[in-house]
Design a protein around this ligand. Structure first.
Ligand SMILES: [Zn+2]
Length: 242
């Protein structure tokens, strides 16, 4: 992550964690690349080996990596998961949020970021059941009615991996991202010595014991290859309209 400094070349990309930035740094980013990434996460059971905040850490890590290559700010991850694995399969250590609340938060954050003169706002969700995506889309739809000069999008990391990797839940893909972004929070040694299942363990996808930080890095490279041109195209569109 580049530190925002006024000695940098005029065309240097500037990015940062929104909450860590002082006003002049935010103004410099707004002038060059008025893009805000809003990582969206959850607090949800991710089997015994992974922390409940995995979706938040994953979406924040991905957003920071994209912003470093495109410019823009990254908000703190919002841990409001709709239809978590608690109502779905009964797993504890999960804070389940209504679609109404998630939509309302998305709507207000989007409107506020537009009011702060961000022209492109991307909600990036690391928790992606259809109910979550629909709730964020609904919030964005309402924000579009109010903030007509800002472009809003809802993305999910599992849609940014092409055919290379499959989004999962606490499986090898998510565990690899977590090992890349927050390695100390994973402990594969606590897993039982048997095949893992959705009903018994809350794992969907390939076995998390196939995960590695190197695989996490390869996954991130795929996401960047797909996401960076999309952000740059949105920035180019914005310039054409000016
Ligand atoms: Zn997850």
């Amino acid at each position: 992550m580049s530190q925002v400094s006024f000695s940098e070349k005029p065309n240097a990309l500037l990015s940062g964690r929104y909450g860590d930035l002082r006003p002049k740094a935010i103004e410099a980013i707004l002038k060059r690349t008025p893009v805000a990434f809003v990582p969206w996460g959850a607090l949800e059971w991710h089997c015994l080996h992974a922390p409940i905040g995995l979706d938040s850490a994953k979406s924040e890590g991905i957003c920071l990596a994209i912003a470093e290559k495109t410019g823009g700010v990254v908000l703190p991850a919002i841990p409001l998961g709709v239809n978590t694995i608690k109502p779905f399969k009964g797993f504890a250590h999960s804070i389940d949020i209504s679609a109404e609340l998630a939509s309302k938060v998305a709507e207000e954050i989007c409107i506020q970021l537009a009011d702060e003169e961000f022209e492109i706002v991307i909600l990036m969700t690391g928790h992606y059941p259809p109910e979550q995506i629909a709730a964020l889309e609904e919030g964005v739809r309402r924000a579009r009615n109010v903030a007509t000069h800002t472009h809003f999008e809802v993305w999910a990391d599992n849609q940014l991996m092409g055919d290379h990797f499959v989004g999962d839940h606490a499986g090898a893909t998510e565990t690899s991202f977590q090992m890349l972004f927050s390695p100390d929070t994973i402990d594969l040694s606590v897993l039982p010595d048997r095949k893992l299942s959705l009903d018994g363990d809350g794992v969907m996808g390939d076995d998390p014991r196939e995960a590695s930080p190197e695989r996490g890095q390869r996954q991130l490279e795929v996401v960047l290859q797909i996401a960076i041109p999309k952000v740059n195209a949105l920035l180019a569109d914005r310039k054409r309209l000016q």
